[in-house]
Design a binder for this molecule. Structure first.
Ligand code: ZN
Length: 343
């Protein structure tokens, strides 16, 4: 098969469009003929590498993918060759106490597709059948691939971990990334009022088109916590989506007493200082999560396939041009998701 792989860590130039052995589905696995993949920030991080990351080279990037069932491994029932599917990238072992309790995103042997396991920048991938969600006939592969990881993550964080309720106010720190745009839409779907802090007018216009109620341009208001306070009649917001990290000092100020701060990432860097006085004096909760469970995936993909939640697609590149796609992501030019077309 054709795949985009890398043999060593480095810049986008290490990505090669090359031949790679087509995987064989093992017992319980399904072979998928991929038609679309979607990029995540993680892809660039994995390609660049970090201390302690050990991959079996060559590695194939990609957590998100959609395509057709191509072959069934031994023991797989209930699936037919040719069915359209989207992939759940959260890989639980299926056997540990967490997996058996339905908390497979906390699996003892947890893995993320494309991170330490070869991913979706390829014509074929073999995965346990439980990792696949059936798409309706004719549902666009790119719409499915672009939605999978970001909506899975946003749904878990806002609805399950954050317990978001209709009528609450949500602040999303960041306007244009995949997870943040998904959070804006999940929050609107849940009946919340949404405030978005973004870095420029173009990104804020996207947030507005997704239903954000209040837009704050941080290039004009460095201390945006004041604008948030004003927008909430000096009450502060109920729930804050902060996947930047270094913005916590402002998020703490923007939160109401008893507010919840949700985090699924740290685009601003891993380590930063926080002022603990805000946490106890304002009764704040900081709530982390990563990906979501099999149940979360089925719930949120049902909403995606019903058209109630829709991923924003920035641009589509052919698989062979994955390098240009990575460069676009690294430059932060994208509005929404970048996808790869796999003929
Ligand atoms: Zn497990």
């Amino acid at each position: 098969m054709k795949a985009v792989l890398f043999r060593e860590h480095g810049g986008a130039e290490v990505l090669e469009h090359a031949d790679f052995p087509t995987p064989e589905p093992k017992t319980g696995e399904i072979l998928v003929r991929l038609r679309a993949a979607a990029l995540n920030r993680m892809d660039v991080m994995v390609r660049s590498g970090w201390p302690g990351l050990k991959l079996e080279m060559p590695h194939i990037n990609g957590a998100d993918g959609a395509g057709e069932v191509a072959a069934l491994g031994e023991g797989v029932t209930g699936w037919t060759v040719g069915e359209r599917v989207v992939i759940n990238a959260n890989l639980g072992c299926g056997q540990c106490d967490f997996c058996l309790a339905g908390q497979d995103n906390m699996c003892r042997d947890w893995r993320l597709l494309g991170e330490t396991v070869r991913g979706t920048y390829a014509e074929y991938i073999a995965l346990p059948a439980r990792q696949l969600y059936r798409l309706p006939d004719g549902f666009d592969f790119h719409a499915a691939a672009a939605a999978a990881l970001v909506y899975h993550t946003a749904w878990r964080s806002l609805i399950k971990r954050g317990d978001l309720r209709a009528g609450e106010t949500v602040l999303v720190v960041g306007a244009a990334g995949g997870v943040n745009t998904a959070c804006i839409q999940v929050a609107r779907f849940a009946g919340a009022r949404v405030i978005v802090v973004g870095s420029d007018a173009r990104k804020l216009a996207l947030a507005e088109s997704l239903g954000a109620d209040v837009l704050i341009d941080r290039s004009k208001e460095e201390d945006w916590s004041k604008a948030v306070f004003t927008a909430t009649n000096r009450r502060g917001v109920d729930v804050i989506v902060d996947n930047v990290g270094t913005t916590y000092p402002l998020s703490f100020r923007a939160a109401r007493k008893g507010g919840r701060i949700l985090t699924v990432g740290n685009t601003g860097g891993a380590k930063f200082e926080i002022d603990n006085r805000y946490i106890f004096a304002k009764h704040l909760s900081i709530i982390g999560s990563t990906m979501g469970t099999l149940k979360d995936f089925a719930e949120v993909m049902a909403l995606v396939t019903a058209g109630k939640l829709k991923a924003v697609i920035d641009k589509t590149f052919p698989l062979a041009e994955a390098r240009a796609a990575h460069e676009r992501l690294a430059r932060n030019e994208q509005l929404g998701k970048i996808t790869l077309n796999i003929d």
